[in-house]
Design a protein around this ligand. Structure first.
Ligand code: HEM
Length: 414
């Protein structure tokens, strides 16, 4: 493949990017891609180098006009006039980043995660019961969108019945990640973001009188390292980040994992025989179908990566999904291997100071879900009467639009 023809904005490449990843990894692990005006970094080693040197490779490119996700001036002005600019202070570099991460980190401590295990298992059980008594479902709608949203609402400390509203806001929020929205659509995105921000402000306000063990209570009381209160705009930005970060990606992994089970009855059978292997299955799903396919950094100074000179100010696109198929780290990288010696070496959750905070919740959700699903369902297959599954267009996220499957529900004694 001619690497100069590879374009991550091309819908066909987005649907099936794997040949392009192979080509980039073998021919040019650091390669300038004109359509996104960035050097695509594909190798595992180079990505790890970038994310562990934040003084050279900054995550903070919020001020750059070409990096604004909401691009049209009218939509940006609307957001700034009636809400808060789209901004999350987790997208800053150390040392500032540490205070913002600390403001929400409590909710991600092992004891707090373990305390949610029964809740997550309960939601999974409810969803799996909903699949019984039927022989087919649209898995994204019936399971994959619901579980992460229920978990996020629980972690934030907002009513469970608001999950659908929050899911809608989250879906609209990520639309600009697909690039190329019309001005009209951007104005709609801005309006919905303002509604979400107002909702978050109202809930944080009420947490001051009715505190709980949840993220909005912690944000409502959040302070900076010097003891001064965190600004409302910063609190709202963090809450928005948690909603989107905690939802779309886990949904995506649930869908991808189920698609693999529908295509690989041997893997489903292996997990059913030994459910303890579900942990390894989850890591392989994250590696092979990386929900966060790639994110950006900016070079603060002239630098070199894999022998390629990168001028100060240039953007780099860290293609986690490609690095997760780097043959120098993963033997037979395209194969799903439940016996891999390094199952957690993938970069699906990134690495370094911005490593995914929510990874323990994501793993718990995925493990509980797939364990219950393989034990409850058998003969899982793609529904032949529906079109083959395809993904929502996008540069950064990889999520199935829909996943129609057929199955046989096992009796509880099987
Ligand atoms: C399968 C599910 C998930 C995947 C694949 C994923 C992936 C990622 C990745 C790749 C990053 C780092 C971005 C970078 O380095 O530029 C990240 C950061 C983050 N994720 Fe996740 N995530 C998942 C689930 C979650 C969940 C469930 C939550 C919260 C409940 C969450 C919250 C966050 C936050 C807050 C950050 C920013 C951390 C920081 O900048 O310090 N994620 N995630």
């Amino acid at each position: 493949m001619d690497i100069d023809t590879i374009d991550f904005l091309d819908p066909a490449t987005q649907e099936n990017p794997f040949a392009s990843y192979d080509a980039l990894l073998t021919q040019a692990p650091v390669h300038f891609m004109p359509s996104i005006q960035a050097y695509v970094v594909s190798s595992h080693a180079a990505i790890r180098h970038v994310v562990t040197h934040p003084a050279i490779w900054s995550i903070d490119f919020r001020a750059r006009p070409d990096a604004q996700l909401i691009k049209t001036p009218r939509a940006r002005a609307l957001l700034e006039a009636e809400g808060f600019p789209r901004d999350t202070k987790l997208t800053t570099d150390p040392p500032a980043h540490s205070a913002y991460r600390a403001a929400v980190a409590k909710a991600f401590m092992p004891a707090r995660v373990a305390a949610q295990k029964a809740f997550i298992a309960g939601v999974v059980d409810e969803l799996v019961q909903g699949l019984r008594g039927r022989t087919q479902c649209e898995f994204m709608r019936d399971v994959a969108w619901t579980l992460p949203m229920r978990v996020v609402t629980r972690l934030l400390g907002v009513p469970a019945e608001d999950a659908d509203r929050i899911k809608h806001w989250s879906d609209v929020w990520v639309e600009p990640l697909a690039y190329g929205l019309s001005e009209e659509r951007e104005l709609y995105v801005a309006q919905e973001e303002i509604a979400l921000q107002k909702y978050l402000v109202a809930h944080m306000q009420s947490k001051l009188d009715n505190p709980g063990e949840d993220i909005l209570t912690e944000l409502a009381n959040a302070r900076m390292a010097d003891g001064s209160p965190m600004s409302l705009a910063d609190k709202v930005g963090l809450a928005e980040h948690l909603i989107v970060g905690g939802h779309e990606t886990a949904t995506s992994a649930l869908g991808s994992g189920m698609m693999i089970l529908a295509q690989r009855p041997d893997i489903a059978a292996a997990l059913r025989t030994d459910p303890s292997r579900v942990e390894r299955f989850v890591e392989e799903v994250l590696r092979l179908e990386s929900p966060s396919a790639g994110f950006f950094r900016v070079a603060v100074q002239d630098a070199e990566l894999e022998g390629v000179h990168i001028p100060a100010g240039a953007m780099v696109h860290l293609r986690f999904a490609a690095a997760n198929r780097d043959a120098s780290v993963f033997e037979r990288p395209a194969e799903l291997d439940l016996d891999r010696p390094n199952p957690r070496a993938h970069l699906a959750f990134s690495y370094g100071v911005h490593t995914c905070l929510g990874a323990p919740y994501a793993r718990l959700e995925l493990q509980e879900a797939f364990r219950a699903l393989v034990l409850a369902l058998e003969d899982i297959a793609l529904d032949p009467s529906e079109p083959p599954p395809s993904h929502i267009p996008g540069l950064s996220l990889r999520t199935l639009k829909a996943l129609h499957i057929r199955y046989r529900a096992r009796s509880v004694r099987e």
